[in-house]
Ligand binder design. Structure first.
Ligand code: NAP
Length: 323
């Protein structure tokens, strides 16, 4: 099998394509031919050694995949050859050996790319809204990076939960993706004053800010919060902000940390339950994962650079083509 491998942390250029022997199946395992692998911003952070988790090298990057089952161990009864399944692990390779208990059949209405790219973004939003924040129907929410992976999922889930969502993004294409998922207004972060515009749209302030971006936008968005508003700290693609404590105290605001990434490692079973719930909502047409932009696996570095350069609207999937 072919796989991408990171020889050392520090630079995206240190990714290599390697040819490795596909292992024999152990009891309880299945083998899949990978159809699509989800690429997340976190993957490039990890390869560059900028993520809080530093894997020992060499390591194989990537996580969520959709694959077609091509072999099952003799004791496996829940999965058959030919099934199309989702797995939270598998990464950037053309084949994967997986535990049959960790894969989930993919609803027919999801393409391979959608199935391989919803997990990280939707489970972060699900964790934020069900386990960390107080969500109220009719509450207003400003989502930053609303045309990126994590932000777009928060728009979609927020709307499904009855929130009134404002989407902030840099391009018309990204804002349109969020409007298509039910945001009632969009803000151009490059040409509009986000705090003023939010206050105009919400008559004084917004009840929640969902922030996967940070950087310079963070303080003005904290100031855009209504009394008792919640500021959800989700990510830092624009840099780690310093939030002034006086503006947290004023009008009883709350800053809420959202770390699904660390939580999931210690709550595998509960997370699996969340995955099943999210997939059921997708199958019921209540959630709408975006069709991703696809790159051949041999162009993984280019895909990561395009994501870092804010060129991607929505999500990115790698398909196992190596040239
Ligand atoms: N807390 C958690 O558990 C958790 C889980 C998953 C991911 N995350 C974090 O969430 C963040 C977003 O991930 P993602 O997958 O949504 O990434 P993404 O798909 O690349 O989207 C990020 C968005 O941020 C905006 N942005 C603003 N300044 C940027 C800059 N300097 N560089 C790049 N993008 C910038 C871009 O939107 P505009 O061009 O519209 O501004 C971009 O669309 C990452 O920091 C990731 O580590 C956190």
């Amino acid at each position: 099998m072919k796989a991408l491998q990171v020889q050392q942390l520090g630079s995206l250029d240190d990714i290599e394509m390697v040819e490795i022997d596909s292992p024999d199946l152990l009891p309880g395992q299945i083998r899949v031919a990978v159809l699509a692998s989800g690429l997340n911003y976190v993957d490039s952070l990890m390869i560059e050694g900028k993520y809080q988790i530093k894997p020992p090298v060499p390591y194989r990057p990537g996580s969520e995949i959709v694959g077609r089952v091509i072999e099952v161990a003799s004791d496996v009864t829940n999965i058959e050859i030919g099934d199309r399944v989702f797995s939270p692990s598998g990464g950037f390779a053309d084949e994967a050996v997986l535990s049959a208990t960790r894969v989930i059949p993919i609803p027919d209405q999801l393409s391979d790319g959608q199935g391989a790219t919803f997990m990280q973004s939707y489970l972060t939003a699900w964790f934020a809204f069900h386990k960390r924040a107080q969500v109220r129907e009719g509450a207003t929410m400003l989502v930053l990076g609303a045309g990126g992976g994590v932000g777009l999922a928060a728009v979609d889930l927020g709307v499904a939960l009855g929130m009134r969502v404002i989407a902030a993004a840099s391009s018309a294409e990204k804002r349109q993706l969020a409007l298509d998922r039910g945001a009632f207004a969009a803000i151009d972060v490059l040409n509009e004053d986000v705090k003023l515009r939010t206050r105009e749209l919400c008559g004084g302030g917004v009840d929640m800010v969902y922030d996967p971006v940070g950087g310079d936008l963070a303080e003005q968005c904290l100031r855009a919060l209504a009394p008792f508003g919640q500021y959800l700290v989700v990510g830092f693609v624009g840099g780690i902000p310093r939030l002034p404590a006086n503006h947290v105290l004023l009008t009883n605001r709350t800053v809420v940390g959202v770390d699904w990434g660390a939580w999931v490692g210690r709550n595998v079973v509960e997370n699996q339950g969340m995955l099943v719930e999210v997939l059921a909502e997708i199958a019921a047409g209540k959630l709408h994962p975006v069709e991703p932009v696809t790159y051949p696996m041999s162009k993984a570095v280019q895909a990561m650079r395009d994501l870092q350069d804010r060129k991607i609207a929505g999500k990115v999937a790698l398909v196992p083509l190596f040239d």
